[in-house]
Design a protein around this ligand. Structure first.
Ligand code: SAH
Ligand code: SF4
Length: 383
């Protein structure tokens, strides 16, 4: 865990280099006037070293400190040549988020954190399914601009993007937790927490590059799933750029009118355009796509809607994840009852489309996206 006292003692407010984090609250008590080393992918760190007049070769040792040893502060990077270490101490930091709330679900499989960032903003990170198959669900934004009606994060609106280092920081936070309890290292990540990853494309992809780099967290790209509401330009870019992460597309409606009622960005990217982008992705990447469908009683769970979905996905290699709604305070919909879920699934099977019913685990700890933050705001009034 980061030792904040030690960390803040390293801060030299007079030497402000980069402070992209502080636009929202420039005078926050955890003001971060240094370069966050977790923001840099490997080539960027090599470039920085060269700019400073050092060999890029040192990047390997610095990354071993960051991602293998997972040090709390640059002050302990004592293997490096002295002038480089002094420069790092002077101008950089390795800030991790700190716990504001830590909740365990009664099923014992989910632990959800509300984490505070350097500027005091909070995000949610979830650790699911312990015992060797742990998955971290991480956020990519504080809030979300997309406004899906049933989603607690959408209901709170957009505050800011996360930096790559803040996305990576959540993974390190969870990985340390597993190590502290002698569990195997983290191997699965889903970008399904707060925010829309393809609306924060650059930072999200820099984080993916750090997480998958053999000298970084060395997580297999196929063990990272990115979920998008359907940002078409982002899907095309993802297909073109060639990262081997898995893609999930949140569909929720099989006609434009039904989808638009739940997912406002569907007005900007109609289904025909979205499915063209999905087909392009599957052809280019040679991978199927997961389609997520939040099942809401009497909204999108009728047999005809299952037939429409089955027909829609005929020409795309697809796997459908059916997620009964996790009710949120700002939306009065109800989850689809079990028999209707089964019926919906059976219809998809008739079309040859595989599907899985996913319960959002830990409903008792507000495990739906954004819900822990909402309950914290209600109790403490802090945004
Ligand atoms: N913005 C991305 C990723 C974050 S949301 C996206 O929308 O895909 C991750 C998933 O959780 C999405 O499929 C979303 O539709 C779903 N979701 C959000 N709120 C939910 C809720 N209250 N109940 C069930 N699923 C929910
Ligand atoms: Fe944003 Fe995803 Fe929530 Fe929609 S479901 S508001 S895109 S986080």
């Amino acid at each position: 865990m980061v030792n904040w006292q030690e960390y803040t003692s390293l801060l030299r407010p007079a030497k402000i280099l980069i402070c992209t984090l502080c636009r929202a609250r420039p005078l926050g008590y955890n003001h971060l006037p240094m370069l966050n080393l977790y923001d840099l992918n490997y080539p960027a760190l090599e470039n920085l070293l060269q700019t400073w007049g050092f060999s890029p070769y040192h990047a390997g040792r610095i990354w071993a400190y960051l991602y293998q040893e997972q040090v709390d502060t640059v002050a302990v990077m004592t293997d490096l040549r002295r002038d480089l270490q002094d420069r790092l101490v002077q101008d950089t930091a390795v800030p991790l988020p700190h716990t504001r709330l830590d909740t365990h679900s009664s099923d014992g499989f989910t632990r959800k954190f509300l984490l505070a960032l350097a500027d005091g903003q909070t995000i949610e990170t979830v650790l699911m399914g312990f015992k060797g198959r742990a998955t971290a669900c991480v956020s990519t934004q504080v809030g979300c601009a997309m406004g899906c009606v049933f989603c607690a994060t959408g209901q709170m609106g957009f505050t800011r993007h996360l930096s790559a280092g803040e996305i990576v920081g959540q993974v390190l936070f969870v990985d340390r937790l597993l190590q502290e309890t002698s569990q195997p290292r983290l191997r699965n990540i889903v970008l399904m927490g707060m925010g829309e990853p393809l609306h924060n494309y650059e930072a999200t992809m820099t984080a993916v590059d750090i997480l998958t780099h053999p000298k970084g967290m060395a997580i297999a790209p196929r063990h990272i799933t990115l979920s998008t509401v359907g940002v078409v330009p982002g899907i095309i870019r993802l297909a073109d750029e060639g990262r081997q992460v898995r893609l999930a597309v949140s569909l929720h409606g099989a006609t434009d009118a039904e989808r638009q009622a739940l997912v406002p960005p569907a007005r900007r990217w109609p289904l025909a355009e979205l499915l063209d982008a999905c087909r392009y992705y599957t052809q280019k990447r040679k991978r199927h796509i997961f389609f997520e469908w939040t099942l809401i009683e009497d909204k999108n769970d009728a047999p005809e809607q299952a037939h429409a979905l089955g027909q829609l996905l005929q020409t795309i290699p697809a796997h459908v994840n059916l997620i009964p709604l996790n009710p949120t305070p700002g939306y009065d919909g109800l989850p689809t009852a079990r028999p209707s879920v089964k019926q919906f699934q059976a219809i998809l099977t008739q079309y040859g489309i595989p599907s899985t019913v996913r319960q959002r685990r830990g409903i008792d700890i507000a495990a739906g996206c954004g819900q822990l933050k909402v309950s914290d705001i209600q109790v403490s009034g802090v945004k």
